[in-house]
Structures are given as structure tokens and as C-alpha cells.
Design a protein around this ligand. Structure first.
Ligand code: ZN
Length: 150
């Protein structure tokens, strides 16, 4: 049952057309750049992390609908969460999109991100959906940038 309508649900189309938190963040203290060569998706993630809490998160991207929608939905889920909670959500999300097509989706674990479960039927698109999360991990791994006069 490879139905593209499964993949491009209304909510994904909406997030792609009107991505949330889609802007550069000038006072971010963690940033990273991500690239998915399989599809050509590129994105930048910006975060403001204070005492282990994600105060703000935004992104810029040029890529397919799935990569943009996934990043948009990710930023909505992460604001106000601790880095630990973000990590847990990442693992639940990763499990969901790589599970068997028939496996149940636990919306209690992934919340609105459940809308992206359809990508599991399209192995090539899993990387589109997880690119933002891998980029987030890269940003989290960074040390806060020291002030500079440049
Ligand atoms: Zn893509």
C-alpha cells in the first residue's frame, strides 16, 4: 500500500507551506548545519539553551516537503523542553519512522510528530524526516559559543 497520500498528509503539507519557527536566530548559542545528500535537503538549526532547557529553537531550510515539515514540527515540540527530554523524543521519533509499516504508532510518545509515521513506508524519505533531529544533536553537542568581537 504505497499511497503517497499517506505520506503527504494535510498536516505535513501545511507545515511545508507555512513552516513554524523558520528564521535565523541571532542570539542562538548552539547552531549546526545539516545536509542529506540522498535528497539534497539542507538545513540550519538554531537553539538557545539555558541551564539545559531549550528556551528557543528555530531553523532555516531548503529541501523537500518532508524535511521542512519535520523540522517545523520538531521546533514546535522542543520549546521549553530539557535537552534530556529532547533526546528521549528523538529516540521515540527515530523508532517510529524506522519501525515496520504495520507497527502501531504511540502518539503518547511522539505527540503530533505521529503525522510523520508514514515515511516508514518510504525508506528514502526516512533520512529527510530525521535530518533535522541529527542536526539538532550536532547543535547540542556544541559548546556555547564564546563572545567575539568579530
Ligand atoms: Zn528530502
Amino acid at each position: 500500500m504505497l499511497d503517497l497520500q499517506d505520506l503527504y498528509q494535510e498536516v505535513i503539507v501545511d507545515h511545508n507551506k507555512h513552516p513554524r519557527n523558520f528564521h535565523r536566530m541571532e542570539d542562538a548559542n548552539r547552531t549546526a548545519e545539516g545536509f542529506n545528500p540522498l535528497c539534497g535537503d539542507r538545513l540550519n538549526v538554531y537553539m538557545k539553551v539555558v541551564d539545559g532547557v531549550i528556551q528557543d529553537v528555530s531553523f532555516e531550510a531548503s529541501g523537500c516537503a518532508i524535511s521542512v515539515a519535520s523540522a517545523s514540527m520538531m521546533t514546535q515540540q522542543l520549546k521549553g523542553k530539557t535537552e534530556q527530554e529532547a533526546d528521549t523524543l528523538f529516540h521515540h521519533f527515530q523508532d517510529m519512522v524506522t519501525a515496520d509499516a504495520d507497527a502501531p504508532v504511540d502518539a503518547g510518545q511522539v505527540g503530533k510528530l505521529a503525522a510523520l509515521a508514514g515515511v516508514r513506508r518510504f525508506p528514502m524519505r526516512v533520512k529527510c524526516a530525521t535530518l533535522c533531529w541529527h542536526t539538532l544533536k550536532a547543535a547540542q553537542a556544541q559548546k556555547p559559543q564564546a563572545a567575539t568581537t568579530e
